[in-house]
Design a protein around this ligand. Structure first.
Ligand code: MTE
Length: 322
C-alpha cells in the first residue's frame, strides 16, 4: 500500500485542546488497530455519534497532530452551508433533508474521458487517507479537522485532463426541494454554489477530496458525500456536496467573488498581511472558543502551509491576487 507522508510541524503544543487526553486514548486504540474501525474506537471512547458510517483509511502518519483536533461536536455543529440557511446552526438543523444516496458527480470539460462517479466509487474506489489539516474561515474562526479523503489529483487523473485545461470548476447540488436556504427570498447567492482552482492548485498533493471526518462518512452539514478541502485557502473555497467538476481553459466564476468581488477573490489564500476590507486577518478564533476563553491564535501565511505551496505563487502580488 502506497503511503504518502507529509508533516505539519507548525501547530504548537500550546494549541492543544482540553480534549487532548480523551483524544489520545482514542488514537492509541486506533494505532493498535492499524486500519481504523471507527465504530469500535468510538464505543471504547464513549462517543455517541452513530449516524455516519465508519470508513477504512490509512491513519495520518504524523501522530503529533492527533491531540490538536477540534472536537467532533464543534466541527459538525458550527457550519457554513448557505443552501440550508445563513446561521451557523442552520446546517446541522436542516441538512438532513438532503438525499445523498444515490449520488452522481459528472466530470467533463477539457478531459479525454468525460464520465461520472457514483457514491460507491467515492467511498471505495480510492485509497482513503486521513489528513489532519488546519481549516481557516475568511470570517476569522478556525479549526483543526481530521478529514478522510483522497487527493483531487487522483480523481482528475481518471478523466485525463487535456493540456489546454488550466482551471478546474466545481458545482454543488442545487435541489431547492431539499435545501431550504435556496428557497429563501433573502438568499443572496446565484445557485448552484460554485468554486474553482487553477490546475496546479488542483493537482497539489495537499488538495483533498474529503468523504469523511473523524473516521466516518461526512455528515450532511459538512458537505456529504464529497467536498473539496484546500487547507491553505479560506474555507469558502472548500465547496461542499459536489455534483459537477469541469476542466476549463478560463478562470471560472465563483460564488463569493460574483457576490462581492472587492471582498472575496478567486485565490483566497490565507494571509495575515492582507486584511479583508472590513476586518483584520492577523488573528483567528480557534474553535471551540467563548467570551471567557477566546482561544485567539495568530494567523499564518498560507495557513501554515507556506513551505509546501508558496512556490505556486512565486512572482505574484498577493495583494492584487487576493
Ligand atoms: N459549500 C457550499 N456548497 N455552500 C456553502 O455555503 N460555505 C463555505 C464552504 N463550502 C459553503 C460551502 C464556507 S464559507 C466555509 S467556511 C466552509 O464551507 C465551512 O465548512 P464547514 O461547515 O465544514 O466548517
Amino acid at each position: 500500500m502506497k503511503k504518502r507522508i507529509y508533516t505539519d510541524p507548525i501547530i504548537a503544543p500550546s494549541e492543544i485542546t482540553p480534549e487532548a487526553v480523551f483524544l489520545k486514548r482514542r488514537d492509541i486504540i486506533k494505532s493498535v488497530a492499524g486500519l481504523a474501525s471507527a465504530t469500535a474506537i468510538d464505543a471504547a471512547a464513549g462517543v455517541g455519534h452513530d449516524a455516519e458510517a465508519p470508513l477504512s483509511f490509512t491513519a495520518d502518519p504524523d501522530q503529533s497532530l492527533i491531540a490538536l483536533r477540534t472536537p467532533y461536536e464543534a466541527v459538525t455543529s458550527y457550519n457554513n452551508f448557505y443552501e440550508f440557511g445563513t446561521d451557523k446552526s442552520d446546517p446541522a438543523r436542516h441538512a438532513h433533508a438532503m438525499t445523498t444516496d444515490p449520488w452522481t458527480v459528472k466530470v467533463g470539460g477539457l478531459v479525454e474521458k468525460p464520465g461520472e462517479l457514483h457514491l460507491e466509487d467515492l467511498l471505495s474506489g480510492f485509497e482513503l487517507q486521513e489528513r489532519i489539516y488546519r481549516f481557516r474561515c475568511v470570517e476569522a474562526w478556525s479549526m483543526v479537522v481530521p478529514w478522510i479523503g483522497f487527493p483531487l489529483s487522483e480523481l482528475l487523473a481518471r478523466f485525463a485532463p487535456r493540456s489546454e485545461g488550466r482551471f478546474v470548476e466545481f458545482k454543488t447540488l442545487h435541489r431547492p426541494s431539499e435545501m431550504r436556504g435556496t428557497r429563501s427570498f433573502t438568499s443572496i447567492i446565484d445557485w448552484p454554489y460554485r468554486e474553482g482552482l487553477r490546475m496546479d492548485e488542483a493537482m497539489h498533493p495537499l488538495t483533498l477530496m474529503a468523504v469523511g471526518v473523524y473516521g466516518k462518512t461526512l455528515p450532511n452539514q459538512n458537505g456529504a458525500p464529497l467536498r473539496l478541502v484546500v487547507p491553505w485557502k479560506y474555507g469558502f473555497k472548500s465547496i461542499k456536496s459536489i455534483v459537477e467538476i469541469n476542466v476549463t481553459d478560463k478562470q471560472p466564476a465563483t460564488s463569493w467573488q460574483q457576490l462581492q468581488p472587492t471582498e472575496y477573490g478567486f485565490y483566497a489564500n490565507v494571509n495575515p498581511e492582507v486584511d479583508h476590507p472590513r476586518w483584520s486577518q492577523r488573528f483567528e478564533r480557534r474553535l471551540p472558543s467563548s467570551i471567557f476563553k477566546p482561544n485567539r491564535v495568530s494567523t499564518l501565511l498560507f495557513n501554515g502551509y507556506a513551505e509546501q505551496v508558496a512556490g505556486l505563487y512565486e512572482g505574484m502580488d498577493l495583494r492584487q491576487y487576493y
